[in-house]
Design a protein around this ligand. Sequence first.
Ligand code: ZN
Length: 198
Amino acid sequence: MPRRGHRTGPPGCPPELRHYEQRLAIRLSASKLTRAHRMLARADSAVAAHLQRRVREPARFAAFVAGHSSYASDTPCQRCGSSARTVYCASCHACQVRRRPLQLTSTGKVAAWPPALRSRAGWLAVCDERRRERSGECDSRTFGPFTATTTPTGKLSISAPALGISVPDMGALPFDHINHLCRLYPEVLDVLRFAGWL
Ligand SMILES: [Zn+2]
């Protein structure tokens, strides 16, 4: 019984190619395409035809034959939306690079740092926002019964003692609740506009 996520396709390695698997200690499947696979595919057209049947996306196989490390996939990444995938295992290229731990040399020094997620100026701006928030800086305004307070990092809290409403962090509120509040009290729309949410 095939399980979800398991592919049912052509059978595994044919018997006449099995000696490659034993000699090179590799699997002739689409799950991992390495340099050894490419050298085999270039030397033996039967291996190339077998791998072409196993690889789902033609673009991945074309990039594999051409010796590229990534290709444009037809399925965007569920995590970041990028469509560049690695030829090696068809995982998202950007997510793979971001998740990679520090690369060390044999002496334990850092050989490559992970790519920066922010520019230096962007990081300094974030630090400045956090410092201003710690020092208690905030911006308050009143809209009808509501008092809205925003902090430098963008946190929004509203309170309306007369209505018995107090929301310390609007960002933590589910969208449906915010939508409901907006329909009950039109002033909440002004609050959101004040906070730059609309
Ligand atoms: Zn991704």
